[in-house]
Design a protein around this ligand. Structure first.
Ligand SMILES: Nc1ncnc2c1ncn2[C@@H]1O[C@H](COP(=O)(O)OP(=O)(O)OP(=O)(O)O)[C@@H](O)[C@H]1O
Ligand SMILES: [Mg+2]
Length: 315
């Protein structure tokens, strides 16, 4: 079976600015793939190329088995897209919006109506389906957007920042809606600036920075790439921090406000028992000692830190 999405060496310039600079990824059928990157990384540009809305300057993209350049029509018939900015009609009800999308895609009146009702029910909008969209909350709107992008029952669904601007509740509602797609075979590619979102929803993540993928893997792979486990020590007296840091690796970091020393460790159990021994010998009073995996935030900062610094220097 072929992959749902294959992109290789994709390039796109705007003037002398490279929005995509060798972008590539592979998404297996039925997977949820996260494309994670800061503002301006090239996420929307990549989605536009993969959904045939924008022609790349170079590289190759295949979606649902068809080349986006040679056979854009075949790709379009098999995909759905939830754009970063929605295209709902405020004055129409949720149901009318979905019916309108159905008619746009030539589903016919009857089929558009039944599909609209099924999608409203699926995303918890059955009760509000007859209200005008202008009365919807942010989370409801986004779920309606999602329903609209599914009107044709696409094989591959692209979601460009589906939860940006939503409050935590709206975000949780959209997450549930996306999760409900998993298992019925729909392949989902979603872009996000939120590490937590990628961690929650995606089987695999491509981290994008300045138009290229700088890391790719499962959330666990990415965390492991940062050097495996970490040990955190919270001391009672901040004056002891340098002493505790010296007991750990040269890569240990100190957070004085939280009275915390954090260090990567290779052999977790050996490191922990040696540390406990050292702390006891030195008589350091400790509030907490913990072994943990690095967070995705740490991975992200590690991978894109260079770019952030350059941006700050330019600002
Ligand atoms: N139509 C355009 N004309 C000129 N430059 C553009 C255009 N669209 C995007 N760019 C530039 O290309 C780069 C990538 O933009 P893109 O919108 O793909 O980033 P993004 O990752 O989607 O960002 P965000 O998280 O803010 O949505 C940015 O530097 C942006 O300014
Ligand atoms: Mg974008």
């Amino acid at each position: 079976m072929t992959d749902a999405i294959v992109a290789e060496g994709v390039r796109k310039r705007y003037g002398d600015k490279a929005a995509l600079d060798g972008f590539g990824l592979t998404v297996a059928r039925g997977a949820v793939h996260g494309v994670l990157g800061p503002n301006g990384a090239g996420k929307t540009t990549a989605v536009r190329v993969m959904t045939t809305l924008l022609r790349a300057d170079g590289g190759r993209v295949e979606v649902a088995g068809h080349d986006v350049r040679r056979d854009p029509g075949a790709v379009r018939r098999r995909i759905g897209l939830l754009g970063q900015h929605a295209a709902l009609d405020e004055e129409l009800s949720g149901r009318q919006n979905l019916e309108m999308f159905g008619r746009l895609y030539h589903l016919g009146a009857r089929r558009s109506g039944t599909r609209a009702d099924a999608l409203l029910a699926r995303f918890g909008l059955a009760d509000t389906g007859r209200k005008a969209v202008k009365a919807y909350s942010g989370g409801m709107r986004r779920r309606l957007d999602l329903a609209a992008s599914l009107i044709t029952d696409p094989e591959v669904l692209f979601l460009d920042e589906p939860t940006t601007g939503l409050d935590p509740r709206g975000r949780a509602e959209v997450w549930d809606a996306v999760r409900s797609l998993v298992g019925d075979g729909t392949t989902v590619l979603l872009t996000t600036q939120y590490l937590e979102e990628a961690d929650q929803l995606a089987d695999r993540i491509s981290v994008v920075d300045r138009g290229r993928v700088v890391a790719d893997g499962t959330p666990d792979d990415l965390k492991a790439e940062l050097g495996g486990d970490r040990i955190d020590v919270v001391v009672h007296d901040a004056a002891q921090l340098p002493r505790v840091a010296a007991m750990l690796t040269p890569d240990a970091t100190v957070d004085a406000d939280r009275r915390l020393v954090s260090s990567p460790v290779s052999d977790r159990m050996a490191a922990l028992s040696a540390l406990v021994q050292d702390l006891r010998t030195a008589g350091v009073e400790v509030e907490d000692v913990a072994l943990r995996r690095p967070t995705l935030d740490e991975v992200f900062l590690h991978l894109t830190g260079g770019a952030q610094r350059t941006k700050e220097a330019a600002a």
